[in-house]
Design a protein around this ligand. Structure first.
Ligand SMILES: [Zn+2]
Ligand SMILES: [Zn+2]
Length: 96
């Protein structure tokens, strides 16, 4: 799967920090899942509620058309594939 591209940001998925996203949320019986960067996945769920995902953002095109997601894609495009942080804007480094 290393040659696969992230369906949200379009960068190669790489081998670390990969999640799976259900376009139809699991709570609404969605079964189809897509490999996606963890950071991109977190961004989706930080931006939209499950109901919004179900009603309006159940396609990648709809997600990518959202202004906040577009800004995120522009930002993450400059990061390495395995890049992941819990907070998208803070500069401080925190270790678990
Ligand atoms: Zn991505
Ligand atoms: Zn998800």
């Amino acid at each position: 799967m290393t040659d696969d591209l992230c369906p949200l940001c379009g960068r190669p998925l790489g081998t670390v920090n990969i999640d799976r996203h259900h376009l139809i949320p699991r709570t609404f019986k969605g079964k189809e899942q897509f490999p996606i960067h963890r950071i991109c996945h977190r961004k989706i769920h930080a931006t939209f509620s499950e109901r919004e995902l179900l009603r309006a953002y159940h396609t990648w095109d709809a997600l990518k058309a959202n202004a906040e997601i577009r800004a995120f894609i522009d930002w993450v495009a400059r990061k390495p594939p395995g890049f992941y942080t819990r907070t998208f804007t803070a500069n401080k480094k925190k270790r678990p």
